[in-house]
Design a protein around this ligand. Structure first.
Ligand SMILES: Nc1nc2c(c(=O)[nH]1)N[C@H]1C(S)=C(S)[C@@H](COP(=O)(O)OP(=O)(O)OC[C@H]3O[C@@H](n4cnc5c(=O)[nH]c(N)nc54)[C@H](O)[C@@H]3O)O[C@H]1N2
Ligand SMILES: Nc1nc2c(c(=O)[nH]1)N[C@H]1C(S)=C(S)[C@@H](COP(=O)(O)OP(=O)(O)OC[C@H]3O[C@@H](n4cnc5c(=O)[nH]c(N)nc54)[C@H](O)[C@@H]3O)O[C@H]1N2
Ligand code: SF4
Ligand SMILES: [Mo]
Length: 685
């Protein structure tokens, strides 16, 4: 049972149900959470929160929340088991697997719920200490393409948009009112001061409804549009020549490739009229350098994602918005200790899964390719993967080709899942361990935008669960040797150790849940130090990629063209457009949410619906080359989606769209799967 760490009062902390980490206030009465509201003192969200923040109370107190470790019986049912016994048995099986198939037959997998920073690093540290390079994460179906593209072009992977001072903001398939609320608040403030907003999306998203200009593009055609904009800026000589000359490399090759993207060709590749594309190019030319290119996940869920994102990253160079006020700023990282062990304990000679196929992913991110892991589990891959510990992820609902994912996980000798609930992934596990939620642990968070570090305050003590640190520590200690890599008693000790070089104390951070500034932003750092790219320059063309066997200039491939329709699969399906109430597979067990947004549905244009004699509420079957599912139709307004394009949000067990997505259609550089341009047909039931 969970009990608040104080009997009555208010605890200020951060919501960690998405990567925005908004400030929240948790009101405690009689040792229970009474209410969760926004924290007006937090500069990031200024008191505003999305519906998921107050719902954390219902989520953590949900009747189906796991309260005991479970072990699967041979008949598939689960029996409760003591935590120590579970750790003993898991450690013994890991040792058996390592003895039989080598240490790298063991892997760990972290998901969105523990992703990005400290919590994921515990898992990395564990598997590395164990002696295996096989670390997988949700990032290889999330932002790995953007990370790779921006690091290769600019050196910094995640420049943060200075919305406040921008004059023009381009949203490339991002819908932040739903997905990154604090960003949209900043955009609205900028627009109140006169900034323009252009939204590029095949659907008239919430963001598109607020935009000055909505550019309705065919799914997967963003690379061609970006090249078209580069073509115009170069032809009009309306780009930052001084930046390109002094800090760029490979521009001539880039310019030569841009020449091929004439307005006529771009119109035929994107479905965007040349007049509209010209308006966008003119807006950029007028407002540069205070122009922001903000790409969303849709550009990554494409087979040409890295190159599309490299082209967009290059536009920032053309506009001179690199590390500038009103453009895309680069944050300095804080001085913190690192939990990963790559420097201390190199795993030379250990071949990580997928590193041969996707060397750039491994070299830049030190993470393995999770889709290739499925083949390894099925005995069809380059090496055996026999044991896997999954935490904070639900790959059965979130990874492409669910049938294959399910078979792969079922074929393991050991699957351990740490979660709050018995999810479809957990139901396949040999052991399920109840995990601490974000209010039941304490961790550091970096806000790069404002260069602040914050610490989340633990709100609840819950003896039924273990936090991420305690779990990896216990398992490492039980395994003997790796125990020395987990010397800290608890996460508070870890936090103190991580903070030491920063000069900030844990006590000071506890007193300031909104965070403390660790550095002041200095613009245009490239003037005084080389860019952190291989050449030290802004790379319009990448020699590193060429040497690794890829195109040096970001190429817009024919596969990016409006695909020639296979008559069997005439529709293009976008998957995963987010809804504000849900987060991937989470929150479907909150009754209030299901009432507000009940059933999974396929969005369809009225013309297509008419042709198929489908009405809103009808059940239809959607079929791809990989699988099929039954789902309810919702006929949209005429301008809400392009004809021939459908949309299904992922994360529903009842109509799991990843039954349709294909794990073989991947980006050549990053290995990220195509989730936004899936060829399907619709059959009326
Ligand atoms: N409420 C909520 N918030 C979330 C999440 C969640 O599940 N729920 N998930 C979080 C995570 S992990 C991520 S990665 C982010 C994603 O954040 P976003 O990128 O904002 O997310 P999406 O809603 O998937 O996509 C935004 C828009 O892209 C459009 N789109 C689809 N295909 C294309 C295309 O080919 N080109 C263009 N230009 N647009 C296209 C869709 O129609 C959609 O309106 O959201 C985060 N925030
Ligand atoms: N078709 C399609 N599929 C997609 C996408 C898409 O757009 N289309 N988007 C992809 C993207 S961008 C991403 S990031 C992935 C996300 O993929 P996942 O990370 O697999 O997604 P979640 O559903 O968020 O899974 C998180 C799990 O962690 C549990 N959990 C919650 N809090 C905690 C905690 O504090 N500790 C632990 N240990 N567990 C916790 C939740 O109950 C849930 O089961 O999905 C991808 N899948
Ligand atoms: S946007 Fe919503 S879920 Fe994300 S941190 Fe803010 S309040 Fe929490
Ligand atoms: Mo994501």
């Amino acid at each position: 049972m969970a009990k608040a760490v104080i009997a009555t009062g208010e605890i200020r902390t951060l919501c960690r149900q998405c990567d925005m980490h908004c400030g929240i206030r948790v009101l405690i009465r009689d040792s229970n959470i009474a209410r969760i509201s926004g924290d007006p003192c937090n500069p990031q969200n200024q008191g505003r929160i999305c519906p998921k923040a107050p719902a954390a109370k219902e989520l953590l107190e949900a009747p189906d929340r796991l309260s005991s470790p479970l072990k699967r019986r041979p008949d598939g049912s689960f029996a409760e088991i003591g935590y120590t016994q579970a750790i003993d048995e898991i450690a013994a099986t890991l040792t058996t697997i390592a003895d039989a198939s080598g240490k790298r037959a063991v892997g760990v997998w972290t998901g969105e719920a523990v992703g990005f920073q400290q919590q994921a690093d515990y898992a990395r540290r564990f598997v590395h200490a164990f002696g295996s390079p096989n670390y997988f994460s949700a990032e290889s179906v999330c932002f790995a393409s953007r990370y790779i593209a921006f690091r290769l072009v600019q050196g910094f992977y995640n420049p943060f948009a200075d919305f406040e001072n921008a004059r023009l903001i381009l949203f490339w398939g991002i819908n932040p009112g739903v997905t990154h609320l604090p960003y949209m608040l900043a955009v609205r403030a900028a627009r109140a001061k006169g900034a323009r907003l252009v939204v590029i999306d095949p659907r008239r998203s919430e963001a598109a409804r607020e935009a000055d200009l909505f550019v309705q593009i065919q799914p997967g055609a963003d690379g061609a549009l970006a090249w078209g904009l580069a073509n115009r800026l170069i032809a009009w000589e309306a780009y930052d020549k001084a930046f390109v000359r002094n800090y760029g490399s490979g521009f001539e090759a880039f310019r030569a490739h841009a020449e091929g993207f004439t307005p006529e060709r771009v119109e035929s590749l994107t479905g965007v009229t040349r007049e509209t594309a010209d308006i966008v190019a003119k807006l950029i030319a007028t407002h540069r350098p205070r122009v922001i290119q903000s790409p969303g996940i849709s550009l990554e869920h494409q087979v040409n994602g890295v190159d599309t994102l490299r082209t967009i990253a290059c536009l920032t160079g053309l506009t001179g918005a690199v590390d500038t006020v009103g453009g895309e700023k680069w944050a300095d990282p804080p001085s913190l200790r690192r939990l990963n062990l790559y420097d201390e304990l190199p795993l030379d000679g250990e071949q990580p899964i997928g590193a041969d196929r996707f060397p750039v992913l491994y070299n830049l991110r030190r993470e393995c390719h999770s889709l290739t892991a499925m083949d390894c589990m099925l005995g069809r891959g380059e090496a055996p993967l026999r044991g896997l510990i999954v935490t904070g992820a639900n790959p059965v609902l979130t990874n492409p080709n669910t049938r294959k994912v399910t078979h792969a996980l079922q074929s393991l000798d050991l699957l351990v899942v740490r979660d709050l609930f018995l999810t479809p992934t957990a139901r396949l596990a040999h052991y399920v361990l109840p995990a601490a939620s974000f209010l039941e642990r304490s961790e550091l968070h970096i806000f790069d935008q404002s260069q602040r570090i914050a610490l989340t305050n633990k709100v609840l003590d819950n003896r039924d669960v273990t936090d991420e640190y305690a779990f990896w520590r216990d398992l490492a200690h039980r395994l003997g040797k790796p125990g020395r890599y987990f010397p800290w008693e608890d996460e508070e000790e870890v936090n103190r150790w991580l903070l030491e070089p920063s000069g900030l104390s844990l006590e000071a951070l506890k007193a300031h849940p909104e965070g403390l500034r660790y550095a002041v932003y200095t613009p245009e750092k490239f003037r005084t130090r080389p860019l952190p790219t291989p050449s030290g320059k802004f790379e319009f063309s990448s020699r590193y990629l060429e040497e690794t066997g890829y195109d040096p200039v970001p190429v817009c491939r024919p596969s990016d063209r409006l695909q020639e329709k296979d008559p069997n699969f005439p529709f293009v399906l976008i998957t995963g457009a987010r809804k504000s109430f849900y987060y991937h597979s989470r929150y479907r067990n909150i009754a209030r949410f299901r009432k507000a947004f009940g059933a999974p549905e396929v969005e369809i244009h009225p013309k297509d619906a008419d042709r198929l004699h489908v009405r809103s509420g009808d059940q239809v079957r959607v079929v791809s080359a990989v699988g099929s599912l039954e789902i309810q139709a919702r006929v949209t307004a005429a301008e809400a989606i392009l004809p021939g394009v459908l949309q299904i949000t992922h994360g529903w067990e009842a109509a799991n769209v990843n039954l349709l997505t294909d794990d073989r259609q991947v980006d050549r550089v990053s290995g990220l799967p195509n989730m936004r341009r899936v060829a399907v047909r619709v059959e009326k039931k």
